[in-house]
Design a protein around this ligand. Structure first.
Ligand code: AGP
Length: 615
C-alpha cells in the first residue's frame, strides 16, 4: 500500500516522478505528492530549497495542480497514498517535512510507536501539521542528523517499530537520496545516468530494467553515479543487481480500455509462460524445488497460506494435491495462521501463495512457520519480492506485471502452478496411473487454447452483464472443483462493482443463504458436466423455485440445464479437476462488464490497494 518513487540524475525530474507515480497508482490512490530539491546552481547548497506539491485525490489532480506551478530540479521523491493514519487530505499527503523544511520524507508502512515518538519530539519543540504517523520521520532525521543522513536514517530504523519503506532528501545533501527499509517493499533501479528508488519495478521500467533488492534494516545512499547499501552495523554490503524480464510495454494498457481487461486477455500467455520449462511434451520438470524423492515420499502434510484471490488458488491446490498425490493439505488465511499458534509437524511442506510477494500477513505467517522449523515454498509473480527472498524455494508464476488491483492473470497462473505441482507430487509418489498422468498433462498443455476460446466469446458475457447488472444480490454457487471458483467469482464481482455477492458451496444453501434468494438475486452456477452435476442441478432448481435469476456456466448442452437457466455460457470441456481455471475466465469478464455498466473504476476500486503491506 502506498507507492514510492525517487530519482537522482541529470534530468528535470518532475515528469519522471509523476509518470512513475502513475505507474504505482494501483498501490494507493487517495492522495499524492512530490518533493524536489530546487536550485539554480546545484553546487551551492545554500540556494537549495525543497519544493513540495501535494493534492488529495488521484495523481491526475496533482499533475493538473503542478502544471500551474514551476518545479525544477534533478533530485526528487514522490508518493501515492493509501491512507492509514489520518484522512486522505492534502495536508496528510506525503512528502512530510521537518521543522526547518530542510528534510522531506515519503513513507510506505505504519509506525506503530509514532504516538510516543511524537510526544517526545513535541517536548523537544518540534511542530507537527498533519495527523499522520509518517510526520515523525523527518523530525527524527532532523534530530539524528549529525553530518551524515545515512547514519541518521540508520538510527531512525532502530528507533521505530512497525514497517516502513522510507525515502528522504535534504537540502544539506543535495547530491544524494537516502532510504531505509523495514518490511515494506523498496527496490533500487540502476541506470547509466541516474538512480532510482521505487516500491515496484513498473514505476521505473521505462528508465531501467536493472534492480537491486534492499533487505530489512538496511539503509541505502544513491547518488547520480553510485549506489551504496549499508547493513545495520553501518558496513557496506555488496550485492549484485538483477535484470527484470518485464518490459515497459507489459506495464502499459496496450490499446485496452483498462488494465483489468488487458490482463484478462493476457491469460493464455500467462498460463503458457508459467508452464514454460516446467511442462511440455508430456514431461514435467520441477527441479527448481530441489526436493529429494525421499523427502516427497515422506511428506505427511502440506500447509498452504495465502490471502484473498491467492487463497482461492490455495483451495484449488488443496483439492488437486489431495486427489492426485494423496497428501493431506490444510489451507489457511495468512492473517489467521500468523496468530493462531499453529502446529508445524515433521515432514510437512509449507507453501505461501502471493502474487505480489509483499502481503504483510503472508510474510508474517511465513516467519511464524519458519520459526517453528518449516521449509517454505513461495509461489509469487514478483522476482526479488520479500516473500521470494524469505522462502527456501520459489516457484515464479510468469504472468507479467499485473497493474489492475483486481487479480486476474496472476490467479490463473497460480492455478497452473498448483495443477503442475499436484501432478509433480503425484508422479514422485507414484499415486497416479501413468495414463491418467499423461491425460492430465496433455490437457494442461492445451489449456491456453481453451482459455482463448472463452475470450473469443467475451461479447456473449457482455450481453448477459447488460441484462443483469441492476440486480442487487449475486450468489456464486459451485461444488467441489467449482467451489473455489464460486469464492473467487464473488470476490471479483464485489471488489470491482461494489454489489453484494457471496460465494458458497451449493450444498450449503439450504443451511441459511437460500433465505437471501428472491427475484433481485442472480445465482451464478458453476455447473460443468462432472460427477456432481446432478446434485448441482437439484441445488439450482431450489433457488430457481425462489425466483432467482439463474446464470449457468455449463460445459455440455443438455435439456435440463437449458430449461433451468435464464442465461448460459458454455466453457470448453476438460478433465473435471481442471474446470476451475476455465470457469473463472467468464466470471472475470462478466464481473468486468457489470462494473463497467455501473461506471466503476475497475483498475482502482474504492478502498483497495494492490499489495496489502499493512495489517
Ligand atoms: C484480488 O483481486 C485482491 N485484490 C486481493 O484479494 C489479493 O488477492 C490479496 O490482497 C492477496 O494479494 P497477494 O496475492 O499479493 O498476496
Amino acid at each position: 500500500m502506498c507507492g514510492i518513487i525517487a530519482y537522482i540524475g541529470r534530468k528535470d525530474c518532475k515528469d519522471i516522478l509523476i509518470n512513475g507515480l502513475k505507474r504505482l497508482e494501483y498501490r494507493g490512490y487517495d492522495s499524492a505528492g512530490i518533493g524536489i530539491l530546487e536550485s539554480k546552481n546545484t553546487k551551492d547548497a545554500k540556494g537549495i530549497k525543497i519544493k513540495v506539491a501535494k493534492e488529495a485525490g488521484k495523481i491526475k489532480m496533482l499533475e493538473d495542480m503542478i502544471g500551474r506551478s514551476e518545479m525544477k530540479g534533478c533530485t526528487g521523491i514522490g508518493h501515492t497514498r493509501w491512507a492509514t493514519h489520518g484522512e486522505p487530505t492534502k495536508v496528510n499527503a506525503h512528502p512530510h517535512l521537518d521543522c526547518k523544511q530542510e528534510i522531506a520524507v515519503v513513507h510506505n508502512g505504519i509506525i506503530e510507536n509514532y504516538a510516543e515518538i511524537k510526544e517526545e519530539l513535541i517536548e523537544k519543540g518540534h511542530k507537527f501539521v498533519s495527523d499522520t504517523d509518517t510526520e515523525v520521520l523527518p523530525h527524527l532525521l532532523e534530530e539524528y542528523d549529525e553530518g551524515d543522513l545515512q547514519i541518521a536514517m540508520s538510527r531512525l530504523l532502530a528507533r521505530i517499530k512497525g514497517s516502513g519503506a522510507i525515502v528522504a532528501i535534504s537540502t544539506k545533501y543535495p547530491d544524494q537520496i537516502i532510504a531505509g527499509r523495514i518490511a515494506s517493499p523498496l527496490i533500487v533501479g540502476i541506470s547509466k545516468d541516474a538512480n532510482f528508488f521505487a516500491s515496484d519495478m513498473p514505476a521505473v521500467l521505462e528508465h531501467t530494467r536493472d534492480f537491486l533488492v534492499i533487505n530489512d534494516y538496511e539503509t541505502v545512499r544513491i547518488t547520480r553515479e553510485k549506489v551504496q547499501i549499508f547493513n545495520i552495523s553501518g558496513e557496506i554490503v555488496k550485492r549484485d543487481p538483477f535484470r527484470a524480464s518485464w518490459n515497459i510495454e507489459s506495464a502499459e494498457k496496450g490499446g485496452y480500455e483498462d488494465f483489468m481487461l488487458k490482463e484478462i486477455f493476457e491469460q493464455p500467455y500467462g498460463a503458457k509462460e508459467t508452464m514454460r520449462g516446467r511442462l511440455g511434451n508430456g514431461k514435467l520438470d520441477f527441479s527448481e524445488l530441489d526436493l529429494s524423492d525421499k523427502q516427497i515420499n515422506q511428506l505427511k502434510k502440506i500447509e498452504i497460506i495465502a490471502c484473498g484471490t491467492s487463497y482461492h488458488a490455495a483451495v484449488i491446490g488443496k483439492q488437486v494435491i489431495e486427489k492426485w498425490a494423496g497428501i493431506p493439505v490444510e489451507v489457511d488465511f495468512s492473517s489467521e495462521y500468523r496468530y493462531r499458534d499453529p502446529v508445524v509437524m515433521d515432514n510437512c511442506l509449507f507453501i505461501a501463495i502471493t502474487q505480489s510477494g509483499e502481503t504483510i500477513d503472508t510474510l508474517a505467517a511465513i516467519r511464524e512457520a519458519k520459526s517453528r522449523g518449516a521449509k517454505i515454498i513461495a509461489i509469487t509473480n514478483v522476482v526479488g519480492s520479500s516473500v521470494a527472498r524469505e522462502s527456501d524455494y520459489v516457484l515464479y508464476t510468469h504472468a507479467g506485471p499485473e497493474i489492475g488491483v483486481c487479480a486476474t492473470k496472476t490467479f490463473t497462473a497460480q492455478i497452473m502452478i498448483m495443477y503442475m505441482l499436484g501432478l509433480f507430487l503425484a508422479k514422485k509418489r507414484k499415486s497416479l496411473e501413468k495414463a491418467r498422468f499423461s491425460e492430465i498433462a496433455s490437457e494442461l498443455e492445451i489449456m491456453p487454447n481453451k482459455i482463448s476460446d472463452i475470450l473469443d466469446n467475451a461479447d456473449k458475457l457482455k450481453k448477459i452483464a447488460d441484462q443483469t447488472y441492476r440486480q442487487t444480490c449475486f450468489l456464486f454457487l459451485g461444488r467441489i472443483f467449482g467451489f473455489p471458483v464460486a469464492l473467487e467469482g464473488a470476490l471479483k464481482l464485489k471488489e470491482i462493482s461494489y454489489i453484494h455477492a457471496e460465494g458458497y458451496p451449493a450444498g450449503e444453501m439450504k443451511h441459511g443463504p437460500i433465505a437471501l434468494t428472491d427475484k433481485k438475486t442472480v445465482v451464478v452456477s458453476i455447473i460443468p458436466k462432472d460427477f456432481i452435476y446432478e446434485k448441482m442441478l437439484s441445488n439450482i432448481t431450489e433457488v430457481k423455485a425462489r425466483k432467482a435469476i439463474i446464470f449457468s456456466l455449463a460445459s455440455k448442452k443438455d435439456k435440463k440445464i437449458e430449461e433451468l437457466s435464464d442465461h448460459i455460457f458454455y466453457i470448453p470441456e476438460t478433465i473435471e479437476e481442471l474446470y476451475g481455471i476455465l470457469a473463472i475466465i467468464p466470471i472475470q469478464l462478466y464481473s468486468y462488464y457489470i462494473a463497467k455498466n455501473l461506471d466503476r473504476n475497475v483498475d482502482q476500486p474504492r478502498n483497495l490497494a494492490k499489495s496489502v503491506t499493512v495489517e
